[in-house]
Design a protein around this ligand. Sequence first.
Ligand code: SAH
Ligand code: SF4
Ligand code: F3S
Length: 464
Amino acid sequence: MRTHVLTYGCQMNEYDTLTIQSELVSGGHELVDAPQDAELILLNTCAVRGKPVEKVVSLLGDLRQERRRGRHLAIGLMGCLAQLEEGQAIARKFGVDVVIGPGAITEILPAIEALERRRAGSDGNPRRDGAATRHAGAPVEHLHFRDDLVEHVTPPPPPGTQTGFLTIMRGCDHHCTYCIVPTTRGPEVSRPLAAILHEAEAMREAGVQEVVLLGQNVNSYGLHDPDLPSFAELLRLVARVGIPRVKFTTSHPMNFTSDVIDAIAEEPNVCDYIHLPVQSGSDRVLRRMAREYRRERYLEIVREIRTKIPDVVLSTDVIVGFPGESEADFEQTLSLYDEVRFEHAYMFIYSARPGTPAHTHFDDMPRELKTERLGRLIERQKHWSLEGHRRWLGRTLRVLVKERAKDGQYVAGHSDQNHTVLMPADQVRRLGLHQVRVEHATPHTLYGVVEGARQDAVPLRLAS
Ligand code: SAH
Ligand code: SF4
Ligand code: F3S
């Protein structure tokens, strides 16, 4: 079948999409770039907050319209939403044909075969009308967590790809009270070392310049299996594969141990960039969230990081308006910002997810209050982002350019420390790594010139 896969959510879904695509190709299916050319559209979905779910529902509504107008199209719901009752109800409502959870993505080929058998009419010939699919009954479902998925080796991304994602563990054993991920992704399992190193080596051979190790809590890699290295050891082993940059996400403060900090400090190609979600600066809220650390422990980790890696860039995730968050609690988050001075933060309004303990046991607060607090937090973050960015003025960063310019004036890239860096388009003639001297800083972006390029070629119009 001509198939198109749409990916929502986090980098783990992007990684899973590569697995799904490689399975499709090995099953003789064709991948098409444009959704309108597809006979099968697979949605690799996210359910972490209400918004990504709404996006999928709206797309399913559009696709239902197209089928009603006579388009022959099968639809598959995959990813985190598919694993939830919420998603399965949506699938039934919109006549989705295949529902496959994130623990069963390698079932895609048998699922398509089952779908094709169903679509075959009584004369044994495939029926071409979409209606045959819609009324064929319940969707083909695979919702179990396959034990062997962690051994599955995903081929490297297509040639020319600069960044490769590499999942080192699946699932999550934490039970943060707001979070749906442990339900959608199942229990924590570390992937075998050989599979990880094999994928990293294949990426290096394919010319990938940056590998991002992925897991919900990469620091707990190998904790349950004495035969596996620790995360710090794994980081060093991957670094020695020889890809110019190694990044990783996400770290849980609970087991962000000194050996991990040492590995980052000592391995030259492990980037001096750490994403360390704090979620809240208030111990009362952290306790209600069932995060297993407290504010002081978080600050202690930050102090150790900054001592050992002076040029480190820190980013975080924060949830604003968690049930019961008082003004005093929120101010604790603001004051934590002032102490840590994150260069970047992903700030989310709390979204009550059905099935989570916080949804069951706590009352949501008015949206206006959450929005108002988010606004204040964004302002504070802008201040620290700008301060943080300014310290790079006049210095040279190594910047990875992944795509050609979108508009004429600038090309965007990312530094080793994950800054977004804009360079004049005429100074960037190829993809890959560039040395860039920083000339101007805004809260969101750094502007720089490629070293060695003629700086008078185009006057650099600085945005603010
Ligand atoms: N495993 C990672 C986070 C994965 S989800 C960790 O523990 O850090 C990514 C981010 O989404 C979380 O860090 C959290 O800030 C946010 N998030 C998760 N559930 C949420 C919810 N119900 N409402 C708002 N934000 C949420
Ligand atoms: Fe969700 Fe917490 Fe697990 Fe992160 S550690 S995925 S926030 S339950
Ligand atoms: Fe979303 Fe699932 Fe990732 S819920 S954030 S796609 S783990």
